[in-house]
Design a protein around this ligand. Structure first.
Ligand SMILES: [Zn+2]
Ligand SMILES: [Zn+2]
Length: 404
């Protein structure tokens, strides 16, 4: 099923054995191990995870829900430890392999907490509520938090809405099973049980938020009843730069491999801000950055420009800088600029009110500023000016330290 990974010795076999029989052994196996260079290890791990899941979902009523939710949690934690060690940083058929782990675990969990039947048939056996002890409630919710985290770092952008709804429905089915089993009747009681419980597990380099999980799951529960409650835009997983749980999106930087929120990532590439700005702007002399930055900010303040401002405000501002803007379908999409015999600059743009149009206008302002300051026409200086106009905290990102 899997080729032996080079230089890892018995580790793949040990990981397989641990995942299959006792996933709580995985963290000690991986202490200090970097699996970023083992592109096939995930196959071994996934095969073992599937074997383990088969074992967990077998005879759930007999083995009791307490034990089952703990086993799911231990398996999820082991998968997160593998992720943190770099074993899941790979893609297969265009999708991150973490998708496969999340899907496998979610479909097993769905068998443990199936949706309520749509119609109750008279001859159907009565639904059995499995008891759950109050101390296991936090574990059951950690299951959802850790699973949801895997989904957030995966790629579900191509997932159909129906599947997405099914996922949300499942989260609430698991919540309902937990409440029924432990006789929890309110979110107040639920929070009390979950937030006061000790966390007896950890994943190196990753921080999770039970508060964020509660917020999300409560909103999903309420929305199922009232159809209007807004689903909060929170992540289960802390951004590895700012530590916030805001924003669902988490992007792995292709240089440093850490995971970042929307604010701490570059918008136009899969890079964190530090790895985006350093190679571009790190070599520009500080005094040049300082003067260009303040020119950019002053112009934006004076003409009230940002990336959402209407085109006409840009046209007016550029006119005052002796740049005449014209829009035509025949103009190139990337824009064109030239100076006529009278010394007037002409900026030719194609699309009105596009994000790219705003960037092209900021770039024309950048070039005009470089000319005025007698600085060379330079793509990096121009980009520095434009990124400043777009509100990217370049100077801050240049000084980020490299802690991993
Ligand atoms: Zn962040
Ligand atoms: Zn990075």
């Amino acid at each position: 099923m899997s080729e032996p990974a080079q230089g890892l010795g018995t580790l793949p076999r040990d990981i397989h054995a641990a995942l299959k029989t006792d996933p709580t052994r995985v963290p000690q196996l991986l202490t200090g191990v970097d699996l970023g260079g083992a592109p096939d290890l995930w196959r071994t791990a996934l095969a073992a995870v599937n074997l383990r899941l088969g074992e967990i979902i077998r005879d759930v009523p007999e083995r009791g829900l307490d034990r089952v939710v703990r086993e799911v949690r231990d398996l999820l934690m082991a998968v997160w430890v593998l992720e943190s060690a770099g074993a899941l940083r790979f893609s297969e058929e265009g999708l991150p392999v973490v998708n496969r782990f999340a899907n496998a675990i979610q479909s097993a969990m769905r068998k443990i907490a199936p949706p309520l039947p749509k119609k109750v048939k008279l001859n159907a056996p009565t639904r059995k509520v499995l008891p759950l002890s109050p101390t296991a409630v936090a574990v059951a919710f950690d299951d959802l938090m850790l699973l949801r985290g895997l989904i957030e770092i995966g790629d579900y952008t191509r997932q159909p809405d129906k599947e997405r709804d099914r996922h949300v429905g499942f989260l609430d089915d698991w919540r309902r099973q937990t409440w029924e089993g432990a006789r929890v009747a309110s979110w107040e009681r639920c929070r009390e049980l979950v937030l006061s419980a000790p966390i007896d597990w950890s994943v190196p380099g990753r921080r999770f938020s039970r508060e964020a999980a509660m917020e999300l799951l409560e909103a999903i529960h309420r929305r199922r009843q009232d159809h209007i409650t807004r689903i909060p835009n929170v992540s289960m997983l802390a951004c590895q730069r700012c530590g916030r749980f805001e924003g669902r999106e988490r992007v792995r930087c292709s240089v440093c491999s850490r995971m970042f929120c929307g604010r701490c990532r570059a918008r136009t590439s899969d890079l964190c801000l530090a790895d985006y700005v350093r190679p571009r702007y790190g070599n520009i002399p500080p005094e040049t950055r300082l003067s260009l930055g303040s020119e950019a900010r002053n112009l934006c303040a004076r003409y009230r420009l940002d990336e959402h401002t209407r085109d006409e405000a840009f046209v007016k501002a550029l006119a005052e800088m002796d740049i005449k803007v014209t829009f035509m379908d025949a103009h190139p999409a990337e824009g064109a600029e030239e100076q006529d015999a009278k010394g007037i600059w002409h900026l030719r743009l194609k699309h009105r009110e596009y994000a790219s149009t705003k960037r092209q206008c900021f770039a024309a302002m950048a070039r005009a500023t470089l000319r005025r300051l007698a600085l060379p026409a330079d793509a990096d200086l121009e980009a520095y000016f434009v990124d400043t106009c777009l509100g990217i905290p370049i100077e801050d990102a240049l000084t980020w330290n490299d802690e991993r």
